[in-house]
Design a protein around this ligand. Sequence first.
Ligand code: UDP
Length: 240
Amino acid sequence: MRFDKRKNDEIRTVRITRNYLKYPHGSVLIEFGDTKVICTAIVEEKVPQFLKGSGQGWITAEYNMLPGANAQRKQRDITKLKLDGRSAEIQRLVGRSLRSVTQLEKLGERTIWIDCDVIQADGGTRVASITGSYIALYDAISYLINAELLKENPIQYHMAAVSVGIVDNEPMVDLCYAEDSKAIADMNVVMTEQGNYIEIQATGEARPITEVEMDQLLLMSKNAIMQIIQIQKQVLELKS
Ligand code: UDP
């Protein structure tokens, strides 16, 4: 039995509130159960040095957790004068995932900055960040199209992410913190609507993951991601 009585293949309630903030070109509040992340997308009309003159655009992300997002106060990175390794790992994953579904040459020489701020953490903050940022990115692109700065949408595929893991020797999807903290294995899957993989992070923490378990986890994550993509499409008012 899971903490919140969910079935092993059942995701938490996913809520996406679009246009959450006034100023960014795209902004959402995404909730996976009690995990809450604010994702914004802001367009900047310049690219990093290595892309200057290439005609290509860039998408990059930053990730942060508020001190009050956890049961114990989390010290701000700035007070340690260095970015936490975990934050660096997560923000690179978010940026890579979004770039992977976007034709950067069609974005023009501009950068879209994605900022993910976790306001409440209860497991799965990175997958919520990816899933929410996709909507914020979509809205920033819509802004560029409406402003006639872009002719066509450079986003090629719908995508979302979910966590899966093995808890008490059972595979389960969308782990909350209580499950995550005692998981034998932990995995994050980012996938397109077509069922193609963008990134998989999988770790056998207490013991290695068997091939049979891996197949179960991948199938579970695929089913969950397809559901989450339907939620994203409803929020974007797109036909499924
Ligand atoms: N967590 C925490 N403090 C931290 C980092 C993580 O309380 O400094 C909790 C939080 O609930 C988070 C969970 O541990 O969602 C799992 O963290 P993990 O690094 O696996 O990433 P996530 O599942 O959030 O993507």
